[in-house]
Design a protein around this ligand. Structure first.
Ligand SMILES: Nc1ncnc2c1ncn2[C@@H]1O[C@H](COP(=O)(O)OP(=O)(O)OP(=O)(O)O)[C@@H](O)[C@H]1O
Ligand SMILES: [Mg+2]
Length: 296
């Protein structure tokens, strides 16, 4: 187990973004992305940390970027701390395996979501009028059902508040028809590839979110890729349509939280040690199943 990391307080670099889990720093033409061990549920970040979570998420993302470079190039420059610039060398023990340096991209103002199964906001929309992002689905589907084919369901990237689901014509208006089609086609290819790969390893990739950008005019996939934070992963052995599925990584956390009298708004309750340890074990298991060997 590596040292736990709650916050990146040791770098004297301009911060670009501090998300619920990751922190991004400006290196000029490139960005240092650091994954902490923070965990969130229902959009609330907890005080406790999950051992190895940052390493698992960073390594899963790095794995998929490498694995999918035949489909689309990505923003990764290096995830090897030995190759980091001199300013970062004093901190390499804290950054090892939980960070990468990526090229700065001009990001498209859209989240590219692909869904192979009916869950989340898509389920809500389907129950209302049988459509998801303007796409008509067959009647009679239940929660968690596999869709006849994966669908592309983009959303806007809200600066604050919740993202808004949009349809293809909205996306065309937002970024132009040519790019909209390119993002759709690339997203569907990436999903098909990873969903098959994961399924063979006992994991359903129910849906996932991509963020694309351009570097020197070329389309790249950026941000994070097929991590449990950007995707819904379900265990095939535990897959039962018609009810909510257990998320691969956060099932113990969510089940514990449901036993509490907590309204899912901050402040977050304290997590007991066994929930922390079981959650850590699920992250390591996700890494093992997907990557094929235990987290080093
Ligand atoms: N290569 C890149 N170049 C420029 N911006 C990038 C690149 N990769 C990712 N980004 C952007 O960096 C930001 C990362 O933020 P992050 O995901 O940590 O926080 P968030 O999205 O605000 O919150 P959260 O994901 O925790 O809900 C996103 O806006 C993403 O689009
Ligand atoms: Mg994000």
């Amino acid at each position: 187990m590596s040292q736990l990391l709650k916050e990146v307080s040791f770098l004297d670099l301009p911060i670009i973004a501090k998300g619920k889990v990751r922190e991004m720093f400006d290196l000029g033409d490139s960005i240092l992305m650091v994954v902490t061990d923070r965990v969130s549920a229902f959009d609330v970040v907890f005080n406790e940390l999950i051992p190895d979570k940052g390493r698992v998420l960073n390594s899963i993302s790095a794995f998929w970027f490498a694995q999918t470079s035949h489909i689309v190039p990505n923003h990764v420059l290096t995830a090897d701390v030995e190759e980091y610039p001199a300013v970062l060398q004093p901190h390499k023990d804290q950054l090892r395996d939980r960070s990468m340096i990526v090229k700065k991209a001009e990001m498209f103002p859209a989240e590219c979501i692909v869904r192979g199964y009916l869950e989340g906001s898509a389920l809500k929309s389907y129950r209302k009028d049988g459509t998801v992002n303007g796409i008509k689905l067959p009647s009679g589907l239940v929660q968690g059902d596999q869709l006849p084919e994966p669908i592309f369901t983009p959303s806007t990237k809200a600066e604050s508040g919740h993202d808004i689901n949009i349809d293809m014509s909205d996306l065309c208006e937002l970024i132009g028809e040519e790019d909209a089609k390119l993002l759709q086609e690339t997203s569907l290819k990436l999903y098909a590839y990873a969903a098959e790969y994961a399924y063979e390893r006992g994991i359903v990739l129910a849906d996932t979110k991509f963020e694309f950008g351009r570097i020197d005019g070329q389309l790249v996939i950026a941000d994070e890729l097929f991590t449990p934070d950007s995707s819904r992963f379900w265990d095939i052995d535990d897959y039962h349509p018609g009810q909510p599925q257990k998320s691969f990584d956060k099932q113990f956390l969510r089940e514990y939280l449901e036993t509490l009298d907590w309204d899912k708004t901050p402040p977050a309750p304290t997590l007991p040690n066994d929930v922390i340890q079981k959650t850590a074990a699920k992250y390591r298991e996700a890494y093992l199943r997907l990557v094929g060997h235990a987290l080093p």
